[in-house]
Design a protein around this ligand. Structure first.
Ligand SMILES: C[S@@+](CC[C@H](N)C(=O)[O-])C[C@H]1O[C@@H](n2cnc3c(N)ncnc32)[C@H](O)[C@@H]1O
Length: 283
């Protein structure tokens, strides 16, 4: 049987008058947001749906959800943001989330409520909301946390630590390789200090005075990876590198779980279609 290619649906905006995410420059987000990031998110939810069936409490945590609707640069229409993709996919799979915990913008919560999602909203920066989100999770819930900041300075390790206190949690993390590439090798300690929150202690463990740029980036990423694994997770093998204009590497999507099956499902979804043609290197 030929496997049908998954295509992310474009659904109408339940609240077209509310704000829209158009990226850090305001010109629209990149094509890779729906084509790669949200497609992988939707496939991950599809792949893990069986695991959720038996759980009475199924929770989606999104501390960087934005307004819940976005416009891709060059497109005339808008699309769902990640939290709405997650909600609609969970409904389509007939295992709807029993709670959705978005952050910050009332727009996302309003859009989710308009689609009858059971929303519990948290206002404030992710560093403050993530521990509150984790504390609000009922015991015995299965949690999927989607951690999607624009750059590493917002990916505070404490956010992951707070979520790691939940016994049944899987994480999907946006790790900005572009931020790392642009900033980690600047020969100034304060530029390097900008990464201290994401991976506390990294400068004591990596010889940043000696290593060349590539070694420094790899060293930082590996240090971060082992720090997250140290919170009692294993990571999936495939960490797809999402590329932007002119093939520039932007970020990796890294999945962490405490259940080997979840890692395996992510690996099946995220494996490169052709390993020879698309090596997963940061260029
Ligand atoms: C990459 S976008 C995420 C989009 C969304 N997760 C999605 O998949 O459609 C990052 C979002 O985080 C928001 N943001 C920026 N700083 C934040 C912070 N400190 N805490 C929480 N959200 C923040 C930005 O406004 C932006 O909407």
């Amino acid at each position: 049987m030929v496997k049908q290619r998954f295509v992310l649906p474009v659904d109408p905006d339940p609240c077209p008058d509310l704000m829209i995410e158009r990226g850090p420059k305001g010109t629209g987000v990149g094509r890779w947001v729906p084509d790669d990031k949200h497609t992988l998110l939707a496939k991950w939810l599809g792949g893990t749906r069986q695991a959720r069936v038996k759980w009475p409490q199924r929770i989606f945590i999104d501390p960087f959800c934005g307004p819940g609707r976005l416009q891709v640069e060059g497109e005339t229409f808008t699309r769902d943001g990640g939290a709405l993709v997650a909600w609609r996919q969970s409904q389509a799979h007939a295992v709807p989330f029993t709670h959705i915990e978005p952050e910050r913008t009332a727009a996302c919560a309003t859009r989710l409520r308009a689609l009858n999602a059971p929303v519990q909203e948290f206002t404030g920066p992710a560093a403050e909301t993530a521990p509150k989100m984790a504390a609000a999770v009922p015991s015995g819930a299965l949690v999927l946390a989607y951690i999607d900041p624009y750059n590493l300075s917002y990916l505070g390790f404490d956010i992951l630590k707070a979520l790691a206190k939940l016994p049944k949690v899987d994480l999907l993390v946006h790790f900005s390789t572009m931020d790392l590439q642009r900033n980690v090798d600047i020969a100034l300690d304060d530029a390097r200090a900008r990464f201290d929150d994401a991976a506390p202690g990294w400068r004591d463990h990596i010889d940043h005075a000696q290593l060349a740029k590539v070694g420094l980036r790899e060293g930082f990423f590996n240090y971060w990876l082992s720090a997250v694994k140290g919170l009692d997770f294993t990571s999936a093998r495939h960490m797809p590198l999402i590329r932007g204009d002119r093939n520039a590497p932007l970020y990796r999507l890294v999945e962490f779980s405490r259940h080997p099956l979840a890692n395996k499902i992510w690996d099946d979804i995220a494996k490169p279609a052709n390993l020879e043609l698309f090596p997963e290197t940061d260029g």
